[in-house]
Design a protein. Structure first.
Lengths: 137, 250, 569
């Protein structure tokens, strides 16, 4: 037996949030965009996997598909997907230093250094892939 | 008063005995260079309208009582200065995502239940007798969880969290950060016991890492990071238990 | 009506109250505890304490040293047997709190760190950076959540103690949420409601420090002991009164006057900034009279200089000080000195208790700042208070449990009468139809003004007499106080009015005790009686409530090992 809060009928007022809550605040909007970026990254990966699959179908089919990818619609899609992918990467690298604590021996690597290393690694790998793609490597 | 400058305060009111819905009252409050929002509210209550109800106590940002929405942002009203808003208008509302009891006072029963649910106490298999002295803990070990022990339970993070609003089952930033504080304390052995709660659907996995909780936290607890670290640890632990069944972890 | 079955009821959910609750449930597996607090326990004023908690923690220390420092600090008014118990139980309590998770600051070897503090000859103050009270309170609160036998009544305001046939048997309390007044029965009651610093205008104390428990015990017939001893903390921010912890001096900070000098060399050449608080505060007044202090918007102040400590040390040892000065004064202590002045901080006096936290009323106990056992005498040493909450909170919990388990449950019918009378009293006083009447703030401000004038750092007969004459007039005005808020749900104006009534009772005990103590001892400094008078006043004052002015009696101080001597640092 207890005079606990549950025993009393309290009249409280509950404020309802509108479904467009994320449109009224820039920070929530950017969060939704970050979430949306996964959809575009996923779509890009599916396209890429399909491309790879088409290689097994022979050069003609593959080249035909490649040509279709040069249409304005696909180019627009790839540009938007690139922007979202870049946004996703930048925001991710920004927080990774705080979440994953990196230690060198006993010293903690400061988050900003972890972030900088992630960017540096990304640039190096991107350059390497680019050089390979253009046949330099 | 040292000056004749005034600032407009619009305050959300709710009188459950008389109203079915909140309304807004407007007050003209003297503007003082070193006043915080709480000073203005006290002035209103003392001199103008004694019926205004709100919580406050320490007026130095450590008790966590005075959280309210100030122009749409969750803030501690004892640490929010009028001079950062003057001459604009101030809109004061109760903390978002909580039911309103009266005026600026919200119902925090749900929050209190969630604090308790994560078992925020030292859990050990065996207690060392007090006579044997303290558990040794190096400054490095202390720094693993120190930051997460600074939470003043002000609930600004719950107001900022877009998950907690519509999904009030979500255990929430402060409670999950508190769970991590104990999980990361070298003296504690209770992570397994807490796992059922924090690793549930309503726990860490309901968090989509918006990160607003950490932005509004007045004590730099960084609950978002606490939750993500818990996710990493929990996932690693799950893989480890898959690959090495029978290995006992903390 | 569902009648809750509590063996023990604790009023106040701060350091002492929570410690008592945990001690009670651990003392016996059957005991049920009710914890009533006008705020959620995490909001209790313990949370603002910064510097540390003292105890004999190291091999270079011993109980006699801690006891002697405490007794000398008290200007020999402390009861030495109680002090000896206190110092012997202090280390165990601090370690117990460590076991409960309190994040004490550590040395590289993993042991709990100790720091220097005012009046302590050995470093024995352990701390959790400079938010010790915060970490202690949260560790206690979170640990208390383990026990289902601790039933909390959060945001219930206790209006009176129910004493039936000379025994405490419960309280009447107002549920803020519903506005309903209930009688909560218990077989023992522990009062842990803190002090009453808000009767003064400038204080480190939070809004909730209105002396409710002291006033309730006083009204129930318990004497308030040593009320004239009010501690001024030497370093509070001017205006807000926000506390700048003594640890800032413990870590090496200086107090500087307008001539750029560490002026304490003229008053406390031995301890300097680490002298006892009453002496450091008095030094400020002397500097003020000599015109060597700065003038500002909120009166005079001196400088707390931390610049020579360096940014690293400040961020490591006293980060909260840096945060507070930046937020509230716009000054970074790494680069500029901080303006500080003495502000009211702690009441050494309180509800008369013995070493087991027992009051003269059967079944009624008290611990923490509310109580006066006394270990602090005429002046408290910094970092003894947090430990005091633990030691006496635990003792109160255990004593009350032992007593309660032998008692019958009180009759609910009798209690219901008390509740009904209390309901009617409040309804008639505050919700009746009245013409005119005064706002709460008018009476409260005048109360604070008269207390500052008569019972400040330096006191003198004429001013004290004026205050003692003013207080009954304020009480009369209080009879006519008007509240605008007529609602039931969360009526904080009603609470403020009830608190004002408590403040007036506490104030009269302080003023009259001060008037009759014709000597200077510890924090009670009389300009007309500048010397300590052991012959006539090596005694505790006991203020009893009457229909008119309080009746002041005296009781002896218990002396065991240490004879009173001149107090020099």
């Amino acid at each position: 037996m207890n005079l606990h809060h549950e025993d009393y009928q309290h009249k409280v007022y509950i404020r309802r949030k509108s479904p467009t809550w994320w449109l009224r605040n820039i920070k929530y909007f950017m969060f939704m965009m970050r979430e949306l970026s996964s959809a575009f990254i996923g779509a890009f990966l599916l396209l890429f996997l399909y491309e790879l699959f088409l290689i097994s179908k022979g050069e003609a089919v593959f080249n035909q598909f490649q040509t279709s990818l040069r249409s304005p619609a696909f180019i627009v899609f790839y540009v938007i997907a690139l922007i979202f992918a870049l946004y996703h990467t930048v925001t991710w690298f920004g927080v990774v230093g705080r979440i994953q604590q990196v230690k060198v021996g006993k010293t903690k690597v400061p988050p900003s250094l972890v972030t900088a290393s992630a960017f540096a690694g990304w640039i190096v790998v991107s350059i390497a892939i680019g050089l390979f793609f253009f046949g330099v490597i | 008063m040292s000056s004749d400058k005034m600032i407009t305060f619009k305050v959300l009111r709710f009188r459950p005995e008389e109203q079915d819905e909140p309304s807004e009252d407007t007050y003209q409050v003297p503007f003082e260079e070193d006043w915080v929002v709480l000073d203005a509210l006290n002035h209103i209550k003392d001199q103008m309208d004694g019926t205004l109800s709100y919580r406050w106590s320490c007026r130095m940002g450590v008790c966590g009582s005075c959280g309210m929405m100030v122009n749409g942002e969750p803030k501690l009203t004892c640490s929010t200065f009028l001079r950062d808003y003057y001459p604009g208008e101030m809109l004061i509302e109760p903390l978002a995502n909580f039911p309103i009891v009266r005026d600026l006072v919200i119902d925090m029963d749900d929050f209190m239940d969630k604090l308790k649910a994560v078992k925020p106490w030292i859990i050990r298999e065996e207690e060392q007798p007090v006579e044997e002295g303290e558990y040794l803990q190096t400054p490095e070990q202390l720094s693993e969880f120190k930051q997460f022990s600074s939470c003043i339970n002000c609930m600004l993070c719950y107001s900022a969290c877009p998950v907690y609003g519509p999904e009030s089952d979500f255990i929430g930033p402060a409670a999950l950060a508190l769970a991590h504080r104990y999980n990361a304390d070298s003296r504690d052995q209770g992570m397994e016991e807490r796992r059922e709660i924090f690793a549930s659907e309503e726990g860490i996995w309901n968090c989509t890492f918006v990160g607003e909780c950490s932005v509004v936290c007045p004590k730099h607890v960084d609950p978002a990071v606490a939750i993500q670290r818990t996710k990493v640890e929990t996932t690693q632990g799950w893989f480890q238990s898959l690959l090495m069944p029978g290995g006992k972890k903390k | 009506m569902n009648v809750p079955r509590h063996d023990i009821l604790i009023i106040g959910g701060g350091g002492a109250g929570l410690r008592a609750a945990i001690a009670a449930v651990e003392a016996d597996p059957k005991v049920e505890v009710g914890l009533v607090s006008k705020v959620y326990p995490m909001r209790s004023h313990t949370v603002s304490a910064e510097g540390g908690a003292a105890g004999v923690m190291r091999e270079d220390d011993n109980f006699d040293s801690h006891a002697y420092d405490t007794i000398k600090g008290s200007d020999f008014l402390a009861d030495q047997d109680v002090v000896e118990t206190f110092v012997s139980e202090a280390p165990g309590e601090l370690i117990q709190l460590e076991h409960w998770g309190c994040p004490w600051s550590r040395d590289p070897d993993g042991r709990v760190s100790v720091r220097a503090f005012g009046g302590m000859t050995v470093k024995r103050t352990i701390h959790a950076s400079d938010k010790t009270g915060f970490h202690m309170l949260h560790a206690l609160f979170q640990t208390s959540l383990k026990y289902d036998r601790i039933h909390r009544y959060d945001e219930w305001f206790v209006t009176s103690l129910i004493i039936d046939e000379g025994k405490a048997c419960g309280v009447t309390a107002l549920n803020l949420r519903s506005g309903q007044m209930e009688a909560i029965p218990a077989k023992a009651v522990i009062v842990c409601t803190g002090g009453g610093g808000r009767i003064f205008p400038f204080t480190t104390n939070a809004a909730i420090k209105t002396g409710d428990g002291m006033a309730m015990a006083y009204k129930a017939g318990v004497p308030l002991k040593d009320m004239e001893f009010v501690q001024y903390h030497p370093t509070g921010l001017p205006g807000t009164g926000i506390l700048m912890t003594e640890a800032s001096r413990g870590e090496g900070g200086y107090l500087i006057n307008t001539e750029g000098e560490r002026y304490l060399k003229d008053y406390l050449p031995g301890k300097m900034e680490l002298g006892p608080r009453d002496m450091v505060s008095r030094a400020f007044v002397h500097e003020e009279r000599a015109g060597r202090v700065f003038q500002g918007k909120y009166g005079s102040y001196v400088h707390l200089d931390l610049r020579h400590l360096g940014e690293e040390k400040i961020d490591e040892k006293i980060p909260f000080v840096r945060e507070l000065t930046r937020n509230y004064v716009g000054i970074d202590p790494v680069h500029e000195p901080v303006p500080v002045r003495p502000v009211v901080h702690y009441m050494m006096g309180g509800v008369d208790t013995d070493v087991n936290a027992k009051t003269p009323i059967e079944g009624l106990y008290s611990a923490g700042e509310t109580a006066c056992a006394t270990i602090n005498g005429a002046n408290r040493l910094g970092s003894n208070s947090l430990t005091e909450c633990l030691v006496f909170g635990a003792r109160a919990g255990r004593s009350a449990t032992e007593f309660a388990l032998e008692q019958e449950a009180p009759s609910y019918a009798a209690l219901e009468n008390f509740a009904r009378d209390e309901r009617n009293k409040i309804r008639d006083k505050f919700f009746g139809d009245k013409d005119g009447g005064e706002r709460i703030v008018a009476i409260r401000t005048d109360l604070q003004k008269t207390m500052e004038a008569g019972a400040g750092i330096y006191r003198i007969e004429e001013e004290l007499k004026k205050t003692c004459e003013e207080l009954p007039k304020l009480k009369e005005r209080y009879e006519n106080v008007r509240i605008e808020d007529r609602s039931e749900v969360f009526n904080t104006e009603l609470i403020a009015a009830l608190e004002l009534g408590n403040m007036l009772d506490v104030a009269e005990a302080v003023a009259h005790s001060a008037l009759l103590r014709k000597e200077s001892r510890g924090s009670h400094s009389r300009s007309d009686y500048e010397e300590r008078d052991d012959e006539n006043f090596l005694k505790h004052s006991l203020a009893y409530r009457t229909d008119g002015d309080p009746r002041i009696e005296y009781s002896d101080v218990t002396i065991t090992k240490w004879q009173p001597e001149e107090r020099k640092y």
